[in-house]
Design a binder for this molecule. Sequence first.
Ligand code: AMP
Length: 283
Amino acid sequence: MKIIRKAAGMRSFSESERRKGKRIAFVPTMGYLHEGHLSLLRRARKIGDTTVMSIFINPLQFGPGEDFKRYPRAMKRDLMLAKREGCHAVFIPGSGEMYPAGEKTRVEVPGLSDVLCGKTRKGHFVGVTTVVAKLLNAVNPHFLILGRKDVQQAVIIERMVKDLRFAAKVVVCPTVREKGGLALSSRNKYLSEREKSDARVLFRALSLGKRLVRDGEKSARVIKANMKRLIGRYQSIDLEYVSIVHPKSLEEIRTIKGDAIIALAARVRKARLIDNVLARPKR
Ligand code: AMP
C-alpha cells in the first residue's frame, strides 16, 4: 500500500493507474476509521480496480470553538485497517499541501449548504466542498464513495460534482450502525457508555418517524412532535434540530407525499451527533 503525501504524487499515481486501464475508487475520510469507513472501502474494492483513501482532518470545515484540535486521530491503526481492506494508496496531505500560503479559492453550493446543519455550522460546507474539490483534482477518481450518514454532505457534493463537471460518479453507501442503532461516527469516542446508550434514542426517534410516515401520517409537524417527545425524555440530549426534507432539494416538507429524509442533529455532552433515515409512505 502506497502512502502519498503530495498532490502531485497522488496525481501521478492516479495517471499511472489509469494508463494501466484501472478504474479508481476514492474514499475521502478524516481518519479514526470505524466500520462505516470500512464499508466504503469494501464498496470501493467491489466497484473499482484501484482503491484510494484519503485521511485529512480538514481545518476549513471546523468553525471556531469546534473540535478540530481534539478530533480523534489514530494514523497507525488507520493504515493497518486500510491495508487489511486491500486499499492500494492512502493520500495523507498536510495542511500546507491543501492550503498553501496565498491560496484563496473557495467552492460553495449556496442554498443546499444553508439548511439543516448549515444553519448552525456556518462555513462548514464551504470547507467540505472546497477540500473535496481539491481532493478530486489530486485523485481524479472514476468513483467517489460517500456515506449516507452525512446525507447533506452527500447531496451537496453530488451537486458540486455535477456543476463543476467532475468526471467521477458519486456512489452513496448505507449508514452502518451499532447493534442498538447508534450510527457509527468517529465522534462517538467522546461519549461515555452511559451517553452512548442514551444516544440510541436518536435512531429510535428516526425509526418512529419512519414508521409514522409508512403508516400514513402526512403531517411533518405531527411526526416531528412525536420524535421530539421521545428524545425529550433524555436530559443528557440537547436536540439541535429535527427536519423532514426532500431527498434532493433538502427543502423542508410540510405535507408528506413521497420520499422524504428525516434528519436530526443533537448534542450529547461534548459530541455533536447527526443521523438520518429515508422515509417512504406506503403506496
Ligand atoms: P468522516 O471521516 O467522518 O469525514 O467520514 C468519511 C466518510 O465516511 C463520509 O463519506 C461519511 O459519510 C462516511 N461515514 C461516516 N460514518 C459512517 C457510517 N456510520 N456509515 C457509513 N458511512 C459513514
